[in-house]
Design a protein around this ligand. Structure first.
Ligand code: CAA
Length: 287
């Protein structure tokens, strides 16, 4: 399959990443089936796309007509079969838990066409392990976007142990069609390249505050103003979703060892469901 053969993209999961990926795909001219398990979740994702497209149009980054036609290309769906049966390419962006993702791939294999490529937006989990629950491990790879997808340029294209080179080439071409810059990740290791560096940074910031030696504001001003990063570590955790960072760390801890032990401060936020911008409160208040 060449990138020109891709017309319809199914995006599974309409959360923070899923709706953002669907928006990017629709802006690039693809028909997009956006699917989540509940009407309420998929509608929320759809409304976020509408909000984001309006924002881009307001700032003249796209025209009103482009915003409208992009939104028209997104079909919000709950029915799994309807969402995936005509898809040439599937991007899965469901919660960052191995069991949930494996269940989704079981169902996906049942309804997707034999030719479709499966790409996971996992932030850390093993591409090889996920690919092995499907009957097409050679047509399976990682396609990892960054939050918020519409603003972030990078996409990691990750090879599993069985992925065909043509599938990696195709996925890179697709990322480029979406206006992104792909980087190929040859080693399927926890966190790949970016999260292996970025998530421990957020964790270290949390341990510094946990120790009582620093405040959130002190750490964030130092990272933002002195280190020159676009956001403070805690602002970034709120942007990404504290639960996402926590699950990535938990997996890295399990596979790579104690250096990646998640800070209890993160666990506490997850328990309290104060997950960042998406819930209105995390380390900062967004209400
Ligand atoms: N669509 C449209 N507009 C959006 C938007 C979206 N999805 N998200 C934010 N905006 C808008 C805001 O509403 C705001 O609009 P107003 O100016 O009207 O209030 C504006 O964009 C924000 O712009 P700012 O001028 O405040 O900020 P900026 O343009 O300088 O940059 C940013 C914003 C691109 C998010 C920047 O802060 C940044 O790069 N932050 C770091 C993000 C990052 O590192 N992401 C990767 C995280 S790791 C990850 O995602 C991987 C993983 O698996 C965990």
């Amino acid at each position: 399959m060449d990138v020109e053969d891709i017309n319809t993209i199914a995006v599974l999961g309409a959360g923070n990443m899923g709706h953002g990926i669907a928006e990017v795909a629709a802006l690039a001219g693809y028909e997009v089936n956006l699917r989540d398990i509940k009407e309420e979740f998929v509608q929320n994702g759809y409304e976020q796309i509408e909000w984001s497209l309006d924002k881009l149009a307001e700032k003249d980054q796209i025209s009103e007509a482009e915003a409208e036609s992009s939104l028209d290309r997104v079909t919000p769906l709950v029915d799994f079969e309807e969402a995936v049966s005509d898809a040439d390419f599937v991007v899965e962006a469901v919660p960052e838990k191995m069991d949930i993702k494996k269940d989704v791939y079981g169902e996906l294999e049942e309804y997707a066409s034999d030719e479709a490529v499966f790409a996971t937006n996992t932030s850390s989990l093993s591409i090889t392990e996920l690919s092995e629950v499907t009957e097409r491990p050679e047509r399976f790879c990682g396609m990892h976007f960054f939050n918020p997808p519409v603003r972030m340029q990078l996409v990691e294209v990750i090879s599993g142990a069985h992925t065909d080179d043509e599938v990696l080439d195709l996925t890179e071409d697709l990322a480029e069609e979406m206006g992104k810059t792909p980087v190929r990740v040859r080693k399927d290791s926890p966190g790949f390249i970016v999260n292996r560096i970025l998530v421990p940074l957020m964790n270290e910031a949390a341990w510094m505050v946990e120790s009582g030696d620093y405040t959130i504001e002190e750490v964030d001003s130092a990272t933002k103003f002195d280190m020159g990063l676009p956001m403070g570590s805690f602002e970034l955790a709120d942007q990404v979703g504290i639960d996402v960072g926590y699950h990535v760390l938990d997996y890295m801890h399990e596979v790579l060892g104690d250096a990646y032990e998640p800070c209890p401060l993160l666990a506490q936020k997850v328990e309290e469901e104060k997950l960042g911008k998406k819930t209105g409160e995390g380390f900062y208040d967004y209400e």
